[in-house]
Design a protein around this ligand. Structure first.
Ligand code: FAD
Length: 325
């Protein structure tokens, strides 16, 4: 479990950013004593915000915020000047009570960080708080979210992760089986990063998938659930001859709910090449070493196998070019 917005890049977890914002705000804040407040106060002016947050020992946190560019310009005349200018801009009525209160510490500044959302879980790790999802402090939800994340994480720890099978049944990830393999359309196709083209037909697809699964020393499902209107996603980690293999499988259903198109994206390349070679050796010269073009798909994004009219073997590592069926 990792907390904190600056922890991830420098630490051991290299989680991918899946949403990146561009805006950020710069903040100045200080604690003062003797400022009568009966709760939070937030104020907004042209390009500036300010607020009062009552805290311990009769002290109040007073903050002002604006764009980093404006903050830089104002700070050229001193941090006290910037603080007072922004306070007047955002909350003119707060200026006098704040300047007559007793400072309980120096003014502190923060330059801002654009918001982001990282992929925040994986096998054996999770990001909570700012490490997974950072939002501008003007939202004032950062601490709440960090505590909620930590609470959810500790509640989940020790309890099994649940995933949803192709047939809609929810099971613990450790009990998961890819039941879509037993519900293939007759003209189902399979393709992916370990293949040079597309293999077609229920028998061919089942034998490729079954053989690849037989190579796994171990397999751990991170995620499985329906995706979009007709899709189904699996995300798992497996081990082949001691090498780690990641795979995200996208299965698209036909109108009858059967698996119609299977796309598997394996990584890293070294294990992908190992699997590709093993599968190629296994199926080389058999009808499953198919070059058959896929049936026209109703999915407009679909571009058949990239063969550009030149026959290629669909089965990885195989150089034979026989047709299935
Ligand atoms: C100016 C400002 C005002 C804010 N105001 C509010 C507000 O009013 N309300 C609100 O809810 N939220 C507010 N937030 C957001 C809130 O502070 C954060 O969302 C919250 O603190 C996130 O908690 P966290 O535990 O994820 O990370 P952090 O609080 O950042 O904790 C991470 C900790 O990890 C430590 N650390 C970092 N790297 C390492 C390392 N390599 N090894 C060991 N330790 C490490 C850090 O020192 C830090 O102590 C504000 C943020 C800012 C910047």
């Amino acid at each position: 479990m990792v907390h904190g917005c600056r922890f991830v890049g420098k630490g051991r977890v290299r989680a991918r950013v899946i949403r990146q914002g561009i805006s950020r705000s710069a903040v100045l804040y200080r604690y003062v004593a003797g400022l009568p407040t009966d709760g939070y106060q937030w104020a907004y002016g042209a390009g500036a915000g300010a607020g009062l947050i009552p805290t311990n020992d009769g002290q109040t946190c007073v903050f002002v915020s604006t764009t980093p560019e404006r903050m830089c310009g104002l700070r050229r005349y001193g941090v006290e000047h910037a603080f007072s200018e922004l306070l007047v801009q955002a909350a003119p009525t707060l200026r006098d009570p704040v300047v007559t209160a007793t400072p309980a510490g120096p003014i502190r500044g923060w330059g801002g960080v654009p918001g982001y959302l990282r992929r925040c879980w994986g096998a054996g790790w999770a990001l909570v708080g700012d490490a997974g999802y950072f939002k501008d402090p003007i939202t004032t939800h950062g601490m709440t979210d960090a505590m909620r994340d930590a609470e959810l994480f500790s509640a989940e720890e020790g309890t099994p992760t649940y995933v949803t099978r192709f047939d809609g049944v929810r099971v613990p990830a450790t009990d998961y089986q890819p039941v879509w393999v037993t519900n293939l359309a007759d003209d189902v196709t399979i393709e992916g990063s370990a293949m040079n083209g597309v293999a077609q037909g229920a028998e061919a697809v089942r034998s490729i998938v079954t053989y690849i699964r037989s190579l796994y020393d171990d397999q751990e499902f991170n995620f499985a659930a329906p995706y979009g209107e007709n899709g189904f996603l699996e995300d798992y980690t497996a081990w082949v001859r001691g090498e780690q293999l990641g795979n995200v499988v996208l299965v698209t259903r036909n109108a009858a709910g059967q698996a119609q198109r299977v796309v598997a994206n394996y990584w890293p390349r070294t294990t992908l090449l190992l699997v590709s070679r093993l599968v190629g050796e296994h199926f080389g010269g058999t009808p499953t070493a198919s070059t058959s073009p896929p049936a026209p798909s109703s999915d407009p994004r679909y571009k058949p196998g990239g063969t550009r009219g030149r026959p290629r073997s669909a089965v990885p590592g195989s150089h034979s070019a026989t047709r299935a069926r």
